[in-house]
Design a protein around this ligand. Structure first.
Ligand SMILES: NC(=O)C1=CN([C@@H]2O[C@H](COP(=O)(O)OP(=O)(O)OC[C@H]3O[C@@H](n4cnc5c(N)ncnc54)[C@H](O)[C@@H]3O)[C@@H](O)[C@H]2O)C=CC1
Ligand SMILES: O=C(O)[C@H]1OC(=O)[C@H](O)[C@@H](O)[C@@H]1O
Length: 266
């Protein structure tokens, strides 16, 4: 266990990933501050009902915090104005509140959507150019850029984790490549909070899936985390000859014109 987690704020703490991260950090963090539209607490936690659009509320919630894990977001395709507000503007608010409250480190949850336009046979390194598979991916590119700017300009320590598909177990063929297990999700976030010598790091957060598309060297070298689960143990549930493996974008169905058109204005 890492002794030095300190006081950690989790935005979006009431969401899916929040439950996993919170249960893991609660064990040895000095204190958890849970920011969400609503949040229930147990001993050792404080709940702050706040919207991440409210910069002043965030500055207050971040007082005396050592680190922030920013999970509050829209994690699916949506109209651009929604994504700009809930992902881009909110990430700016979180970073700016962290700067004002003198928080040392911020962990941003980005997503594999940033590079979902690469073909499935391309092994992607985190420093390759973005190739978003939709507007949500575009918003995640901006999220990462904000993190880089705050690290370079203000010396904030920022880790952007490009999470794959976070779920208990794989539920579709594509998950054999992109699954992020709860155990590994907790491991990546903990490593992002505790790694030393961080200025700005962007790393994929995906389980050690034999069929994964993404390189994990940065996660191992700069964050010190090597994932442990592998979706291959569920491979028997899915057809070997699924057309997904024949080619096409890593984002799968969501990278189609139809999927993106659904959220464009009439
Ligand atoms: N679940 C997944 O497979 C993946 C998730 N991610 C990213 O990880 C992060 C967490 O994802 P999940 O936990 O799955 O999402 P979620 O939708 O389950 O939870 C998000 C939480 O944020 C809160 N929230 C949303 N807007 C808010 C606002 N304006 N102010 C305050 N709270 C607000 C919601 O109430 C909710 O509790 C997101 O940034 C998402 O984009 C990235 C890749 C994959
Ligand atoms: O399947 C994936 O790759 C995606 O899984 C999800 O459920 C997330 O909401 C999304 O942001 C991921 O990128």
């Amino acid at each position: 266990m890492d002794a030095k987690l300190g006081r950690v704020v989790i935005t979006g703490a009431a969401g899916r990933m929040g439950a996993t991260v919170r249960a893991d950090l609660r064990v040895d963090a000095e204190h958890l501050v849970l920011v969400d539209q609503e949040a229930e607490t147990v001993e050792g936690e404080t709940a702050v009902a706040a919207d991440v659009s409210d910069l002043d509320a965030l500055v207050k919630a971040f007082e005396d915090a050592d680190a922030v894990v920013h999970l509050a977001a829209v994690s699916d395709e949506a109209p651009l104005d929604t994504l700009l507000e809930t992902n881009v503007q909110a990430t700016f608010n979180v970073l700016e509140a962290a700067r004002r409250a003198e928080v040392r480190r911020v962990v941003l949850l980005s997503s594999d959507r940033v590079t979902g336009g690469y073909p499935i046979h391309h092994h992607v390194f985190p420093d390759e150019p973005p190739r978003p598979d939709g507007l949500c991916g575009v918003s995640n590119v901006a999220v990462e850029a904000l993190g880089q700017m705050y690290a370079d300009t203000f010396g904030l320590e920022v880790v952007a984790l490009r999470a794959g598909s976070f779920k208990e177990e794989p539920t579709e063929t594509r998950d054999l490549a992109v699954w992020l297990s709860p155990h590994d999700c907790a491991g990546f976030v903990r490593a992002a909070l505790t790694a030393s010598n961080v200025s700005y790091v962007v790393a994929y957060a995906v389980s050690a899936n034999a069929r994964r598309f993404w390189d994990l060297t940065v996660a191992e070298n700069e964050l010190g985390y090597r994932p442990e689960d592998d979706a291959a143990k569920f491979a028997g549930r899915f057809a070997d000859d699924d057309p997904f493996w024949h080619g096409g974008p890593q984002g799968g169905d969501r990278a189609t014109p139809e999927a993106v058109l659904k959220h464009l204005p009439d």
